[in-house]
Ligand binder design. Sequence first.
Ligand SMILES: Nc1ncnc2c1ncn2[C@@H]1O[C@H](COP(=O)(O)OP(=O)(O)OP(=O)(O)O)[C@@H](O)[C@H]1O
Ligand SMILES: O=c1[nH]c(=O)c2[nH+]cn([C@@H]3O[C@H](COP(=O)(O)O)[C@@H](O)[C@H]3O)c2[nH]1
Ligand SMILES: NC(=O)CC[C@H](N)C(=O)O
Ligand SMILES: [Mg+2]
Length: 518
Amino acid sequence: MDWDHLHKDRILILDFGSQYTQLIARRIRESHVYCEIHPCTMDPSSVRAFAPKGIVLSGGPSSVHDPDAPMVDKELFELGVPVLGICYGMQLLAHLLGGRVEKAEQREYGPAVLQVDEPTVLFQDIEREDVRVWMSHGDRILSLPPGFRTLAHSDNSPVAAMADVERSIYAVQFHPEVAHTPCGRTLLDNFLFQICRCKPTWTMRSFVESSIEAVRDKVGRDRVLCALSGGVDSSVVAVLLHKAIGDQLQCIFVNNGLLRKGEAETVERVFRDHFEINLVTVDATDLFLGRLQGVTDPEQKRKIIGNLFIEVFEKEAAKLEGTRYLAQGTLYPDVIESVSFKGPSATIKTHHNVGGLPERMQLELIEPLRELFKDEVRMVGRELGLPERIIMRHPFPGPGLAIRIIGEVTPERLRILREADAIVLEELEAANWYDRVWQAFAVLLPVRSVGVMGDERTYEQVVALRAVESVDAMTADWARMPYQLMARISNRIINEVAGVNRVVYDISSKPPSTIEWE
Ligand SMILES: Nc1ncnc2c1ncn2[C@@H]1O[C@H](COP(=O)(O)OP(=O)(O)OP(=O)(O)O)[C@@H](O)[C@H]1O
Ligand SMILES: O=c1[nH]c(=O)c2[nH+]cn([C@@H]3O[C@H](COP(=O)(O)O)[C@@H](O)[C@H]3O)c2[nH]1
Ligand SMILES: NC(=O)CC[C@H](N)C(=O)O
Ligand SMILES: [Mg+2]
């Protein structure tokens, strides 16, 4: 793999399965230094090939004395590259370099107060006394490895930070990457800029420039196919590729009949008319709705839709001769998930959209965003001049409204949900709440309730309103929207959408609920 086009000054994070490994990467990138997460099992020759300016060993759930505790090759400490061990990373390097680690009598979980004993460059610009940090450990360092000195201690950890300054090996028992360690940013910056001597040159502009060149080199005169959903990720991919290879890019947008009101028109207007990108829209409404007839099971809906996407796509692609590549909006969290040291997790829902395509089509993949986090993708979108309305768009699932209609998907129920959903978004925007929530939408329930409208009895459908706050969709909480706004939305839906006589608000968090209802 060619890392040089990405960045010369790069940090390697070796993952031992911590909940916080992604946060370490986020913090380092926020300081404009490129970094990648790799499993702790990465072999030394690959580490050398990566040529990091510094190595961070993450925390992890294991204890160094566990029979199957993850280890690293000791060669890592002889490369002459600075190392920072965090929590388990610290315990591991102490263990491997001749120190002793023991189970502490008391676990230290949560806030702790640090006293700095020896102000090395790692603690530059950090207070000496009563430094607030976040701890999460049950083991501790009993004796230092030869050559190391204690840099700081806490009540429960006689060695809360240590270093062998000669060899540039540093370690902390606390977690500098979490927000609850206010000095964490300064500490990590000291590691990056003072110890590893990185330059803060990782910016989205440099990313755009180098990716455009890399794509041009790779593609040559061949043609590239891109599945465009109008969502943030695929939109940014499309515009980036268009800048790089112009008319050699062909986008396909599938109208599966499960889109929001006005969605298909917006995508066409923005991409074909504004960006002048080659775009084919396939109207597959009848095909999708036909196969969904009578289906009520959520996973079955998802599988039918995922497979149909692939079917439609293959058929369209076959019409375009000379195509060699398939572009996808894979992001870094997707990549990390597949390389992580942690095992596979349970399938809660099948998120697949066009996920099965690469195996089915004989096309090579192009994934220009596979090193980026979502907010970095948004910055790239801005850099490329995408309209703010697309960049800040709420995520919209590939299976679309089908998983927001509980029970059978019919044209009539789609009409109801589409109208209700449009009102939700209109009112959110009017009240300046669209950008304050992660996602907001309407869900059509499979129940009817009794109402009274104009002195008449009604027996009609129920719409649930869902609005959540989140940073990464992994956890979410229901948004505390103003009652005024909820009242307006409810009132308009009941008055304007024929067939609905009741609106309820979903007040569940994720976990234990999920964001979507199916
Ligand atoms: N209607 C569609 N037509 C063509 N491709 C689609 C469609 N819906 C989804 N896809 C493909 O599936 C991929 C994954 O969808 P996903 O929703 O995760 O990403 P996105 O739509 O690009 O961004 P966002 O997460 O902001 O919605 C898309 O990037 C796109 O390639
Ligand atoms: O591209 C997608 N294809 C899907 O099949 C899919 N299902 C859920 N979502 C979106 O993922 C986030 C988490 O959703 P859940 O809490 O419902 O699992 C939320 O942002 C959901 O909107 C999907 N996105
Ligand atoms: N967060 C961690 O890395 C924990 C390390 C180790 N399992 C301990 O409990 O001390
Ligand atoms: Mg989407």
